[in-house]
Design a protein around this ligand. Structure first.
Ligand SMILES: [Zn+2]
Length: 250
């Protein structure tokens, strides 16, 4: 084992130890704020490190190794009538497993909210074990889930529902309560998704959210400043948002 591997291993063991506490996100607050939460694009080394952390969290969630809350408030009670669809890309491997995506949501969305201690105006959550109130069976019985989006669409046009419409996803800041999050699996930071993927997104919107006006179908970058999601080919005359809207209008 090289020196570097030994260092990476001892960091992993350190992180693993902290994750066994219900308030792990406070113990790792500095690490999360410097290594995990900054918005970074096109930096393979950063992404490699992050993926190492996500894989550790995924492994521990799978084994029940991270203490979660056993009960909690109905956070979805704050859900408002849906009037907006927000388009995202995962900026991850297009074949990402749902378990990995779930671990990412746990770290990026839920732990960040619990650090602030405030979810939908419910205060005093900082330091508490994390609770989502969302459950799903991955094949080992019901387990708590932390998905940020309602839908995940693969490049070949297969779609998976991650949240029910009545469940709130953490994907669009101030618009979370009244919006649906629809995510393109893959990294489209500088490219256009395959036509099958765009067609499936249009189909999901037509079949489920025909009551949402076209003007309220927005990219993440249109609703949150300083976001580039779903990538720099989305907007503009030649942008793929126009293809999506044209498909919806067909
Ligand atoms: Zn996004």
């Amino acid at each position: 084992m090289g020196k570097e591997d030994a260092g990476a291993n001892s960091e992993r063991e350190y992180l693993r130890k902290q994750l066994q506490y219900p308030d792990w996100y406070i113990k790792l607050e500095d690490y999360l704020k410097t290594q995990i939460y900054p918005v970074v694009h096109d930096n393979p080394e950063f992404m490699r490190q992050r993926n190492g952390f996500y894989s550790l969290v995924e492994e521990m969630l799978d084994k029940g190794g991270v203490p979660l809350a056993r009960e909690g408030l109905n956070l979805d009670a704050e859900r408002k009538p849906i009037d907006t669809v927000v388009i995202h890309h995962t900026e991850e491997n297009p074949d990402i497993t749902l378990e990995r995506l779930n671990a990412i949501g746990f770290v990026r969305q839920y732990a960040q909210n619990y650090l602030h201690g405030d979810v939908w105006g419910k205060k005093g959550l900082r330091g508490q074990p994390i609770w989502s109130g969302h459950f799903r069976d991955f094949g080992n019985g019901q387990q708590m889930t932390f998905f940020a989006y309602h839908w995940l669409i693969r490049p070949d046009g297969r779609a998976e529902r991650l949240l029910e419409d009545g469940e709130i996803g953490h994907h669009a800041g101030n618009l979370n309560l009244e919006s649906i999050g629809l995510s393109f699996s893959g990294n489209y930071e500088h490219s256009t998704p395959p036509v099958e993927q765009i067609e499936e997104a249009a189909k999901i919107i037509k079949e489920n959210y025909s009551f949402v006006e076209n003007a309220r179908i927005l990219g993440h970058c249109e609703v949150m400043e300083a976001r580039t999601c779903p990538g720099d080919m989305f907007l503009g005359q030649q942008g793929w948002k126009n293809i999506l809207i044209a498909e919806i209008e067909k």
